[in-house]
Design a protein around this ligand. Structure first.
Ligand code: ARG
Length: 456
């Protein structure tokens, strides 16, 4: 039975009915919906808006419905939306008294409550997955404080760094993602019930009590705003989009690193897939999918921004379109984090290959220039001298490491000390500024990361 049957004489058109229904996707709100209803009804009883006995009958029946759904004894079906389903089921179980539940409430404030409760849990879940992945990265970094690899800019070899430095960069991004979700959660965690359809209600309700029962630290300030606000859902998807962007960039690197030309990393069989035709293939599909699915989450953000941009106050049915976007963003980010964390935990870094590759591509050129600066040459002149050395090396098939001292001397004031100065390990250990890859600074950064992750 439709909650609004009284005003209507004719049956709703079948296609219109199914077009209007949100049950197929909002059924996942059942726990939030029923828990919210129990709090609402408890408050109605306490405030004398409905008799206490009735409130007890209703809350007991709601608890029964919740456990029956949890245990798979009750199928969620045949209703316009989850709110209608629960109310119909309630009335079918306890009769007329169940019809008192909706006193002083509208589906507009009810759905706002449900989605906030859902996203509050979702944010906490995502935060714990982000923390887990950031810890995996931090722990892998700790084992690789001295694993030398090239740092890139423009995907061209730039300077020597360590795998720890590279991985910790991603751990820093994930820490920022955690704080973005924590910020989102603050705005999600505000209780809208009592706003009614749009102008609240004339019953003597106690909104603070409902907030207390549902563990909300605050209530919404304006009933028009409360039923028409989905900013908090946008905050959630935005935080998710940025997190996906980070996972996508890292995925791109894993894809490059696992290519035959790089071979910096080997993914485990359990996180790779093969080819139906090329027997040699072991493909990084998980990372390609994470990279691809990032597009979906951006799409979810764009979809909801667009849904919200032109709707007048207060509630409009357009807002039913919020759910599939937030659910999709949540599911996608969740699955990506779980898979990426598992994949990284089982991956093998080819540290020898990384070390070998560090010496190619003139990654020591900056150190070579800095060596001359140490001898009093202005940096810009030193830069030009080493630039000419690099050209000489390219033309003669040499590297800065295997030039003879006589060759060096043709270009400037070099002595034997240059060979040590241009070593990758020297370059790394001499970087002592905060944020640098030297094992000293990295240990500090990793300790700070772990402390932050333990707190959040
Ligand atoms: N299924 C609706 C939604 O998700 C619930 C609110 C319906 N409100 C209304 N006035 N028709 O937004």
């Amino acid at each position: 039975m439709k909650l609004w049957y009284g005003r209507f004489r004719d049956e709703v058109n079948k296609a219109a009915d199914s077009f209007n229904s949100s049950l197929s996707f909002d059924k996942r709100l059942y726990r939030c919906d029923i828990t919210g209803s129990i709090a609402h009804c408890t408050m109605l009883g306490e405030c004398g808006i409905i008799p206490k006995d009735d409130a007890k009958k209703i809350t007991d029946a709601l608890k029964g419905i919740l456990s029956d759904i949890d245990e798979g004894k009750l199928e969620i079906e045949n209703a316009e939306d989850i709110h209608s389903f629960v109310e119909n089921e309630l009335v079918s179980r306890i009769g007329s008294v169940g019809k008192k539940l909706h006193t002083g409430r509208s589906r507009n404030d009810q759905v706002a409550l449900d989605i906030r409760m859902y996203l509050r849990d979702a944010s906490r879940d995502i935060i714990s997955l982000l923390r887990k992945f950031a810890l995996t990265l931090t722990e892998t970094a700790e084992k690789n404080l001295r694993t030398v690899m090239p740092a890139f800019t423009h995907l061209q070899k730039a300077q020597p760094t360590t795998l720890a430095h590279h991985l910790a960069a991603y751990a820093e991004m994930l820490c920022r993602d955690i704080s973005r979700f924590e910020e989102a959660e603050k705005r999600i965690n505000v209780m809208p019930l009592g706003s009614g359809a749009c102008t609240s209600t004339s019953y003597p309700i106690n909104r603070a009590r409902v907030a207390e029962l549902l563990d909300f630290p605050a209530i919404t300030a304006n009933s028009m705003d409360a039923v028409s606000d989905r900013d908090f859902a946008l905050d959630f998807i935005y935080a998710g989009s940025v997190a996906m962007m980070h996972l996508s960039r890292f995925s791109e690197e894993i894809i490059i690193w696992s290519s035959d030309d790089y071979k910096y990393i080997e993914l485990s069989d359990s996180y790779s897939t093969g080819s139906s035709i090329m027997p040699q293939k072991k493909n990084p599909d998980m990372n390609e999918l994470i990279r691809g699915k990032t597009g979906r989450v951006y799409g979810d953000l764009m979809a909801l921004l667009t849904v919200m941009k032109g709707i007048p106050l207060a509630y409009d049915k357009d807002m039913q379109e919020d759910k599939e976007s937030v659910f999709d963003a949540y599911d996608t980010l969740r699955a990506s984090l779980v898979v990426f964390d598992g994949l990284l935990g089982e991956a093998t870094f080819n540290t020898r290959r990384m070390r070998e590759c560090t010496d190619g591509g003139f990654t020591s050129a900056t150190e070579c220039a800095d060596y001359l600066v140490g001898k009093g040459v202005p940096f810009r002149d030193a830069h030009a001298i080493v630039g000419r050395l690099v050209v000489y090396c390219i033309e003669n098939g040499k590297t800065l490491q295997n030039l003879t001292i006589d060759e060096y001397r043709k270009f400037g004031d070099f002595d034997e000390g240059v060979y040590n100065a241009i070593g990758a390990e020297t370059a790394i250990s001499r970087r002592q500024a905060p944020g640098s890859p030297s094992p000293d600074r990295m240990s500090e950064e990793l300790a700070a990361l772990k402390a932050k992750l333990a707190k959040s």
